[in-house]
Design a protein around this ligand. Structure first.
Ligand code: NAP
Length: 272
């Protein structure tokens, strides 16, 4: 039995779907077990009262309550943990306290101390981050945001999930922390253009000041340290080659999906 936290999230959904399709027993943790929908055969479980009966491996999504969940898993004798971490851990040798890299590295270290078998997935920016533009794109053809020329290599969540499945079911990724990226570096302006070309809309990105962007993010409940860390990450990426690793292809034996493929898979979200 594999216990999956963050089961209704970006990575959790495709990861559970792939495990269930392979006939693997899955227990999905969610704060809303009565209403969350999962593929047939998947058990829903209240993340406030995780059930470790029969669990051999845990997918530890670093959203809320991960440290307590890890401690409970260790106490229950779970031997294997696949951590959802982040590429910034590999990029920042001396991470700033409270920033994304420090928070993710601390969880990785806790996992390494708690269980004998671990793999940390270190994805870069999710292609799904562009769903943050959906409310603006419902209202019109312009996305207003910071740093039009900031560049990421967006990765499809299903590729991260597929690597996670390998880490859960085989032994070849034990003790590894693969840095996972999409296949191309794209600026925010280019990402919006690609969305437009896939869904047939004349979309464009209009830059706003970092201060305005920070205020908007904090109004949505993002911590100031995280906002600062994210905005400086975007600013630093301007004019530089974005990291593109070959890890998805090395592990899965096929290239990562492109951003255009990701948009096509989520096209309904971007139609007006
Ligand atoms: N976005 C990126 O570009 C990026 C890049 C690298 C790494 N990451 C990391 O990837 C991880 C997972 O991202 P994700 O997008 O899959 O997460 P997500 O979709 O935002 O959240 C995953 C699930 O966790 C549960 N959850 C959310 N907040 C919670 C809380 N406070 N307490 C308990 N449960 C909570 C929710 O499920 P229920 O409502 O069903 O309980 C949610 O569906 C994060 O740690 C993030 O830092 C993200």
């Amino acid at each position: 039995m594999i216990l999956v936290s963050g089961a209704t999230g970006n990575i959790g959904r495709p990861l559970i779907a792939e495990l269930a399709a392979k006939g693997v027993k899955v227990r999905a943790l969610t704060r809303t077990p009565d209403t969350a929908r999962f593929p047939e055969g998947v058990e829903a479980c209240d993340s406030g009262r995780p059930d470790f009966d029969g669990v051999s491996a845990l997918v530890l999504n670093s959203t809320g309550g991960s440290v307590a969940l890890l401690e409970a898993a260790r106490a229950a004798g779970v031997r294997r943990v696949v951590t959802v971490s982040a590429l910034v851990v590999a990029e920042e040798a001396d991470p700033e306290e409270g920033g994304n890299a420090a928070v993710h590295r601390a969880l990785e270290e806790a996992v390494e101390a708690a269980v004998p078998e671990w793999t940390h997935l270190r994805p870069g920016a999710f292609a799904a981050n562009s769903l943050r533009w959906v409310p603006q794109l419902r209202a019109g053809d312009v996305v207003r945001g910071p740093y039009a020329q900031a560049r990421t290599s967006p990765i499809h969540e299903a590729d991260i999930a597929a690597v996670g499945v390998r880490a859960l079911l085989g032994d070849e990724l034990l003790g590894q922390a693969p840095a996972l990226t999409g296949p191309q570096g794209l600026t925010f302006a280019e990402q919006v253009e690609i969305i437009g070309s896939v869904v047939g809309r004349p979309l464009r990105y209009q830059e706003i000041s970092p201060d305005m962007a920070a205020q908007a993010m904090m109004a949505h409940g993002v911590r100031k340290e995280q906002v600062d860390s994210l905005l400086s990450y975007f600013a630093d990426s301007i004019g530089k080659p974005v990291p593109i690793t070959g890890e998805v292809e090395r592990i899965l034996g096929r290239p990562p999906r492109t951003f255009a493929e990701w948009v096509a898979d989520h096209a309904d979200a971007f139609r007006q």
